[in-house]
Design a protein around this ligand. Structure first.
Ligand code: PLP
Length: 257
């Protein structure tokens, strides 16, 4: 049976990140992708020109429709825009058994805000505690915990600071550090260091969404968290290597590699 995977995230009109990247990843990994839209962005390779969040009732209704009839084997969350939406989504996810991959999206690569500053406390106190795996990058770690990572040696400290909020596992994405792309996955007991070569490719739009969706897809297929993350990292590394130019700015990672 093909597993069902749900993304709860924002739309990127340019098709590189957000729900569009999530569904492409799910298709490529052989699961059935479903989407609960939280926000709509007017977006292209140059940045985000506008963003509109959906009413909380619309998000709740989409979620209920999917879960009550079709069922989900894994959930992924991305752009949640406001404290109200973060709290509603945390409550919905907390009420299902499916593993949840939480990508605590804060700011886009172009510096456009995708989460209100007033929502950070809700992410810490409501969303992270219901995550099976949280996947912050270093900017998100700094925003959420105050820990500023400047070298690989500080990744365990960053991981501990995120785990203190209650996710079962955290994957700290060290991709913004110089050198190889090094990530640390830990549940506070096991440590898995994941390394990939750095590709000299500026077309990396949608990397974070793709990685989190790939993890959710592998979890839905019954893989353990370390296996799912390892497979997902391999997938996103291939997609980054194949990232291509689109528009005048930063192009998307490619799912057809
Ligand atoms: N737009 C939406 C709707 C997103 O969900 C995200 C990331 O989660 C982004 C843009 C940012 O993508 P990137 O930082 O890879 O450019």
């Amino acid at each position: 049976m093909r597993p069902n995977v749900l993304t709860v995230a924002g739309s990127d009109s340019g098709g590189g990140a957000g729900v569009q990247a999530d569904l492409k990843t799910m298709l490529a990994l052989g699961v059935h992708g479903m989407s609960v839209l939280t926000a709509v962005t007017a977006q292209n390779s140059l940045g985000v020109q506008g963003a509109w969040e959906l009413p909380v009732e619309a998000v709740r209704a989409q979620y209920r429709s999917v879960v009550d009839d079709i069922g989900v084997q894994a959930v992924k969350t991305g752009m949640l825009a406001s404290a109200e939406l973060v709290e509603a989504v945390a409550e919905l996810i907390g009420g299902t058994d499916a593993p949840a991959v939480v990508d605590p999206v804060g700011v886009s690569k172009h510096g456009d805000p995708l989460l209100a500053a007033s929502a950070l406390e809700s992410v810490r106190k409501r969303l992270l505690p219901v995550a099976t795996v949280a996947t912050p990058n270093l900017d998100e770690v700094a925003q959420l915990t105050g820990v500023r990572v400047e070298s690989e040696e500080q990744l365990p400290e960053a991981a501990a600071a995120v785990l203190a909020y209650g996710p079962r596992w955290v994957l700290i994405k060290g991709g913004h550090l110089a050198g190889d792309a090094v990530d640390l996955l830990t549940d506070g007991t096991e440590e898995h260091w994941l390394r990939a070569p750095r590709y000299d490719n500026r077309h990396t739009h949608g990397t974070g969404c793709t990685l989190a969706s790939a993890i959710a897809s592998q979890l839905a297929k019954g893989r353990s968290v370390p296996e799912a993350v390892r497979d997902a990292k391999e997938y996103v590394t291939g997609a980054i290597a194949a990232g291509f130019a689109l528009g005048a700015g930063i192009g998307p990672v490619d799912h057809g590699w």
